[in-house]
Design a protein around this ligand. Structure first.
Ligand SMILES: [Zn+2]
Length: 201
């Protein structure tokens, strides 16, 4: 309530057609940053702003700068102000109406009803305290699984995947090859074991 009142009082001395003082300060800071920019007009209202090695297409007609700051904040960026200086347009006139004194006054025009201090509240000692209701346990075991939404995958089921037949055949080939090699090696070990036994005989 105090904030509403102080802002309302402060705004009462401002002119409706002006911008809020804070926004005027921000514009001053941004205007100083235009030193690093150079404006090149392609046609009336359309510019290309060069800043260092970067370049920004800018439209004063549609209030758009490719850096995005102007559209985002409603306050012209340094590129836009540089183009406005070239086009001899006052940047204060282009700032969004969100930052006008008229809008500010509208925002703080609604008063909040004043409330007394906590010590002045009426006492509630005579009123009985209301306890929360006792919880009743339902019939049967409580459900442990979460109720899933319609269309949601059930627990443990995986999403369907498309299997590649080529990959499968390659995998099958590889498995068969491995099995063949394993059987060969087992045969070889059997022979090795049987040879010393025959020499003894
Ligand atoms: Zn910009």
């Amino acid at each position: 309530m105090v904030r509403m009142a102080t802002r309302q009082q402060a705004a009462s001395t401002w002119h409706d057609d002006d911008l809020c003082p804070k926004i005027v300060k921000i514009l001053k800071v941004i205007s100083k940053e235009t030193i690093s920019c150079k404006a090149y007009m392609s046609k009336p209202g359309e510019y290309e702003i060069h800043e260092g090695t970067s370049q920004f297409p800018l439209s004063l007609n549609s209030k758009i700068c490719s850096c995005g700051a102007w559209q985002l904040s409603g306050i012209p960026c340094r590129h836009a102000i540089r183009a406005m200086l070239h086009a001899k347009i006052d940047p204060h006139k282009v700032v969004s109406t969100w930052y006008s004194v008229k809008t500010y006054k509208q925002a703080y025009s609604f008063g909040i009803n004043p409330i007394p201090d906590k010590d002045q509240w009426p006492s509630f000692e005579d009123i009985p305290t209301i306890k929360p209701p006792t919880l009743k346990r339902g019939v049967g075991r409580p459900c442990r699984n979460r109720k899933r939404e319609e269309g949601e995958d059930q627990k443990g089921k995986r999403a369907k995947t498309v299997k590649c037949t080529k990959y499968q055949s390659n995998a099958a080939k590889a498995a068969a090859k491995a099995a063949k090699e394993a059987s060969k090696s087992s045969q070889a070990t059997e022979i090795n074991i049987s040879q010393p036994a025959s020499s003894n005989i």
